[in-house]
Design a protein around this ligand. Structure first.
Ligand SMILES: NC(=O)C1=CN([C@@H]2O[C@H](COP(=O)(O)OP(=O)(O)OC[C@H]3O[C@@H](n4cnc5c(N)ncnc54)[C@H](O)[C@@H]3O)[C@@H](O)[C@H]2O)C=CC1
Ligand SMILES: O=C(O)[C@@H]1CCC=N1
Length: 271
């Protein structure tokens, strides 16, 4: 795992919790020695810091069959140039970077490397991630299956055409942030009505969790039907839901997703 930050770190946590007991330790690289020390303190993990060892990334990919690229999008090109001739033919490269296309990654690698692009999310750390996965032109079915199997260790995986991976980013890659934002707003509203912070957190987090579980456990029920069951005619819910609808919550979500996707498209051209 090159770049063991928030996202790759979450995948690593999830993989370790899944108790895969890999034959060889999982190798992780980070920029700083402090975070490498933290990462490497776990069983089954070997961590290298780039600031202490300029060869860290090249060392980490030596002999590896599966390599996750988890640095920021602007740092991907330089990282690929660095590891290019340390990769062995057949290696599967899985990028988690927003915006960076498989074609751009493939263009910086030699032949025989199989490239997959993914868009995971941080609940992978507790085994509840959802990941969109797209195969590059160099990836065969075996490479795709390997990436799917890895992400299924930390949650659910959905294979999509690469043309849809930015939409996955808006829906689920950034999705936890959207839901945390909504949670913040609902907690602030609870506190404004007199509940204390602890009470607001228990009520709102419990409600989000319960409602998400109801959706998850009832795949045949539309969200709108579950909403209808809470909304008594001329009752209280009808009034609060109307306020959200008058503000065009769906239109706001569509505008937010557009902005997100436009940024993914721009990241493809950023240096
Ligand atoms: N944070 C999230 O929820 C998600 C992030 N992503 C993608 O994951 C990638 C990383 O994002 P975050 O984890 O949020 O960032 P982060 O800043 O937490 O992690 C980046 C990591 O890369 C390390 N690093 C920097 N330069 C390096 C180098 N030359 N060699 C090795 N390691 C190096 C840093 O020390 C850090 O640990 C991005 O490309 C982002 O688009 C994708 C989906 C969700
Ligand atoms: O904000 C970002 O750019 C990354 C990609 C999806 C979630 N975090």
């Amino acid at each position: 795992m090159l770049g063991g930050g928030n996202m790759n770190g979450a995948i690593l946590e999830g993989l370790l919790a899944a108790d895969l007991r890999p034959e060889a330790p999982i190798r992780v690289t980070t920029r700083s020695s402090a975070s490498a020390e933290q990462q490497g303190a776990r069983e089954h993990v070997e961590a290298f810091a780039v600031e202490a060892d300029p060869e860290a990334n090249r060392r980490a990919v030596k002999g590896a069959g599966l390599v996750f690229l988890g640095v920021k999008p602007y740092a991907i090109a330089e990282l690929l140039d660095e590891i290019r001739d340390a990769l062995e033919p057949g290696t599967v490269i899985v990028s988690v970077a927003a915006g960076i296309t498989t074609a751009a990654i493939e263009a910086r690698l030699t032949g025989g490397i199989r490239v997959i692009r993914s868009m995971p999310n941080t609940p992978a750390t507790i085994g509840l991630g959802v990941t969109g996965i797209a195969a590059g032109a160099t990836a065969d079915d075996e490479a795709l299956a390997l990436a799917v199997a890895a992400f299924e260790c930390v949650g659910e995986a959905v294979v999509v055409d690469e043309s849809l991976i930015n939409a996955v980013g808006a829906a689920s890659g950034s999705g936890p942030a959207h839901l945390y934002l909504f949670a913040e707003a609902l907690m602030a509203a609870s506190i404004a009505e007199g509940l204390d912070e602890a009470q607001a957190r228990t009520l709102i987090v419990g409600t989000l969790r319960g409602a998400a579980e109801m959706l998850h456990k009832n795949p045949d029920l539309e969200a709108s039907e579950l909403r209808r069951r809470v909304t008594s005619p001329n009752g209280t819910t009808e009034r609060s839901v109307a306020v959200f609808q008058d503000a065009d919550l769906e239109g706001i979500a569509k505008r937010a997703f557009r902005a997100n996707i436009l940024r993914s498209e721009a990241l493809a051209g950023d240096k």
